[in-house]
Design a protein around this ligand. Sequence first.
Ligand SMILES: NC(=O)C1=CN([C@@H]2O[C@H](COP(=O)(O)OP(=O)(O)OC[C@H]3O[C@@H](n4cnc5c(N)ncnc54)[C@H](OP(=O)(O)O)[C@@H]3O)[C@@H](O)[C@H]2O)C=CC1
Ligand SMILES: Nc1nc2c(c(=O)[nH]1)N=C([C@H](O)[C@@H](O)CO)CN2
Length: 240
Amino acid sequence: MGNTQQRPILITGAGRRIGLALAHHFLNQHQPVIVSYRTEYGSIEGLRRAGAVCIQADFSTDAGILDFADNVKSATGGLRAIVHNASAWQAEKPGTPLSETLAAMMQIHVHAPYLLNHALQDLLCGHGHAASDIIHFTDYVVERGSDKHIAYAASKAALDNMTRSFARKLAPEVKVNAIAPSLIMFNDDDDAEYRQKALNKSLMKIAPGEKEVIDLIDYLLTSCYVTGRSFGVDGGRPLN
Ligand SMILES: NC(=O)C1=CN([C@@H]2O[C@H](COP(=O)(O)OP(=O)(O)OC[C@H]3O[C@@H](n4cnc5c(N)ncnc54)[C@H](OP(=O)(O)O)[C@@H]3O)[C@@H](O)[C@H]2O)C=CC1
Ligand SMILES: Nc1nc2c(c(=O)[nH]1)N=C([C@H](O)[C@@H](O)CO)CN2
């Protein structure tokens, strides 16, 4: 029986992969969940059947972001946490104007968290010391850059910086932390050569899967003290 007194956890971009696994993780614990999704995968109906509130949203415009925020405020009077998971891993590529790539990366990794944190802060506040959390998914490339995903890395670096800004703005009621993964899980179209090359970049030589970040999120939600920090989940890649 779900606890109807619990404030829901909001996860953006939860239609697939890490966000989807995280949503089911919380639902299995009878923790209420609200998710955003852009594409209506079959997984969305599964989330609804499991009790999630699923709200369609495209963050490619500020209006889309703010409409989503309004829909969240209509759905709940409070939030336990916001997990900014929605993301696009876009490389610079011939035929796509650089300004288009840069704008798209800043839109999803900076505009969405920035506008949603401001629009929804009143749902996070007012519940006591360290009673709420914001978690930003950044990336290992924040600390070293990327020659093939320059705009992506820059936008994630901005999100990393906002982690500290929002931690300062919202303490002590809301903790704000970042998770900076390297390889967690492959994409279906990653070929064998790419996979082996990617595995070799870390000391641990594995793609650990969603549980690795879910376990860290569980820890961050239990903390009454940790805020303004970034947690690398990268298999020792910086040491390789
Ligand atoms: N997977 C990995 O190995 C790594 C992941 N990370 C980070 O972890 C997080 C989760 O990764 P992963 O599960 O692979 O993420 P995905 O690449 O699968 O993207 C997650 C979701 O974001 C949604 N999304 C993308 N653009 C928009 C938009 N404009 N509006 C609304 N939703 C959008 C996608 O929706 P749709 O499906 O409709 O396109 C997708 O469902 C991300 O922030 C990622 O950067 C960092 C390093 C490694
Ligand atoms: N939104 C996404 N961001 C990232 C992904 C992804 O699939 N979606 N994947 C990676 C890689 O796994 C990289 O960390 C290792 O090659 C990075 N970001």
